[in-house]
Design a protein around this ligand. Structure first.
Ligand code: NI
Length: 638
């Protein structure tokens, strides 16, 4: 055994993410405790979170056991394993090989792909028949291969589907020049091309799609420069950051980053004068999927789980002051690992700042000609991931009146399809002379481990319906308690103004109502793929806007821990088949929402942000407006 004279832990809280030193120590313990095969790859290393009871009982200075969860993949045996390593005790506490699954795409595979393709004579010859002879100009993107039940020829293999583009110059936008009807199946373990799938040759579109300053001023145009707008906080930010603990106004939470989920918030709490009131134990993206509606050779199979299959949390941007966030900013760094398990720092992956948000509440009293108005402010905790062609930016907002919001901004570059002269796009929008962009959806599933006023919690559905009788104008609410997992699979209904209450039946407010938070879904579709589509089985979470499960620490990802190449059925559909009780217990609320992206010409060559999300609003959590105690703004309004 490796003797760890002193634990490398500098963690001051059980939920602190693993440091680089802890990751190095965990790998040393793993290497010492097991004979590791020569082609073992490490796909992620993250904190194995302690039980809630341990976290809740923790007091500053208590001893902390630190456990790393290491996901491994052996390229020789095509085996996936999860190791739990106690860094504190210097021991491998478990090693579980999981049959028939694969970890997410690895960073090294992004980089391997072009080498494998360009070394393949068939690939090079096929490019030549399409008029592409300069391999230095070829860009290849790896896509999760999916699983359509008919690909027995690749069963069990770690394959991707690669689509190719031409870059006219190193800083070109390759998506302007797609090589259509041309998909390569690549086996990363064997390092070889298994198959080329080819259709009709379509000339590669020529107009460039660059979007830099040079492109914007092409032909003598000038740049718009809006008037300077500086956001200053002369006394510094209003929040404090103590390690991972963030406190602001009446809010506190712990902020970290995880390899699959990206931004993770723990122990989101509102602090009344009487003490802390928990709202969420943990909030994070569970997974997401981007199914395409096209039937074309290059597109019909595109169904990326950008978190579970690609590892969104390891693809975070290093954010830049004044560009990604504006104002008095504080950043958090995070740590990722390479495929040897070596840690490397990702700087400035989380941005924390405050934003003025206009008016919070106001009234002008006619009789006395007096006005009371208070301004709104929100705390923003944000992170941006670049997953291939797209950027996904996650903004958690916390408001002075107890509202919580997740806003997701999507930007980047849409998938593109080359059109032959005279060809009309099908399942796609024309965005250029010979260029189209296929229709698709972005479906996000957020896992909300709720803890409203300390729990236990119950979810009720609140619909608004017309009242039959003598008053045709009348409407009223109908509340339905969701008592089991099957009953709690629900879709949004704007016609019924449907929302969901997350109630604590053990805590009543001054009006005798259970204290609650209300989940306010945004305008959102469910998955459009029809029954019989493989993706419905693989991403069943996207067929409902709401799921509720009893808390289980192993139920973290709505399509299962390993959706890559998975045939389907894992995650929410498997767990909820038991139809467990979800009444007055520790529950997890899973909210799926998304956007159906019928691409606009304005989304090209780079897409202005598309926004979506949801809110959690206090609903009888307080006895009245909790923001009466805000001081009027000092300069003009008192
Ligand atoms: Ni899109």
């Amino acid at each position: 055994m490796t003797e760890l004279a002193t634990t490398p832990t500098t963690a001051t809280h059980p939920l602190d993410p693993l440091s680089a030193d802890e990751i190095t120590a965990a790998m040393a313990v793993l290497r010492d405790g097991r004979e590791l095969p020569p082609r073992l790859r490490i796909t992620s290393i993250a904190l194995e979170e302690p039980a809630k009871s341990i976290v809740r009982a923790f007091r500053s200075g208590d001893p902390i056991e630190r456990v790393a969860r290491i996901v491994c993949y052996d390229r020789d045996t095509r085996t996936t394993a999860v190791a739990l390593v106690s860094i504190t005790n210097g021991a491998v506490t478990s090693w579980e090989e999981i049959a028939g699954v694969q970890p997410h795409l690895m960073l090294e595979e992004f980089f391997m792909l072009e080498d494998i393709l360009k070394a393949d004579e068939r690939y090079v010859a096929a490019l030549a028949t399409r008029g592409v002879t300069d391999l230095d100009k070829v860009q290849a993107d790896p896509w999760p291969a999916g699983n359509f039940g008919s690909d027995g020829e690749w069963q069990g293999r770690r394959v991707c589907r690669a689509v190719s583009y031409v870059r006219d110059r190193p800083d070109d936008n390759g998506y302007a020049h797609p090589i259509e009807n041309f998909v390569a199946i690549v086996d990363f373990d064997a390092g070889e091309v298994l198959e080329l799938i080819e259709g009709d040759i379509v000339p590669v579109p020529e107009p460039h799609g660059r979007y830099d300053v040079e492109a914007a001023t092409e032909g003598g145009g000038s740049l718009r420069t809006p008037a300077p707008l500086d956001i200053t906080q002369p006394d510094g930010p209003g929040f404090t950051l103590d390690g991972q603990l963030l406190t602001w106004e009446r809010w506190s939470m712990r902020v970290s980053v995880a390899p699959i989920e990206g931004l993770v918030l723990h122990q989101i709490t509102w602090h009344d004068d009487d003490g802390p009131r928990p709202i969420l134990y943990r909030a994070a993206l569970g997974d997401m999927v981007v199914p395409y509606g096209s039937t074309a050779t290059n597109h019909w199979w595109k169904n990326a789980f950008d978190a579970g299959e690609i590892g969104l949390g390891q693809l975070l941007n290093s954010l830049e002051l004044g560009c990604d966030c504006l104002g008095e900013i504080r950043y958090l760094d995070s740590v990722s690992v390479d495929q040897e398990g070596q840690p490397f720092a990702q700087q400035n992956t989380v941005c924390i700042h405050e934003e003025d948000f206009g008016m919070l509440w106001k009234h002008w009293d006619f009789a006395s000609d007096s006005t009371e108005v208070r301004r709104s402010r929100r705390l923003v905790v944000s992170s941006i991931a670049t997953v291939g062609n797209y950027e996904y930016a996650f903004y958690w907002h916390f408001y002075l009146d107890g509202n919580i919001e997740l806003l997701i901004k999507m930007t980047g570059i849409v998938q593109t399809q080359a059109l032959a002269d005279g060809e009309e796009p099908v399942g796609a929008t024309r965005i250029g002379p010979n260029l189209a962009a296929p229709h698709h959806q972005h479906m996000f599933c957020v896992r909300l481990d709720v803890d409203v006023d300390g729990g236990p919690n119950t979810v009720s559905e609140l619909d608004v319906v017309p009242v039959e009788g003598d008053h045709p104008h009348a409407f009223d609410t109908v509340t339905t308690t969701l008592t089991t997992e099957q009953q709690a699979q629900r879709i949004s209904d704007a016609g019924a103004s449907r929302t969901w209450l997350i109630e604590n039946h053990g805590k009543l407010n001054a009006h005798g109502q259970p204290v609650a938070y209300r989940l306010m879904p945004g305008y959102s579709p469910t998955m459009l793929a029809q029954p019989g589509a493989a993706i419905r089985e693989r991403a069943t979470f996207a067929t409902q806007n709401l799921w509720v499960t009893p808390f289980d620490p192993d139920e973290r990802h709505p399509a299962g821990d390993f959706p890559a190449r998975h045939p389907g059925g894992d995650g929410l559909p498997r767990w909820t088949a038991a139809d467990r009780s979800i009444e007055d217990t520790d529950i997890v609320v899973w909210h799926t929402f998304g956007a159906t992206h019928i691409v606009r010409p304005e989304d090209y060559p780079v897409m202005p942000v598309e926004m979506l999300g949801f809110m959690l609003k206090p609903n009888g959590f307080f006895d009245r407006n909790p923001a009466l105690d805000l001081a009027p703004s000092p300069k003009h309004c008192d």
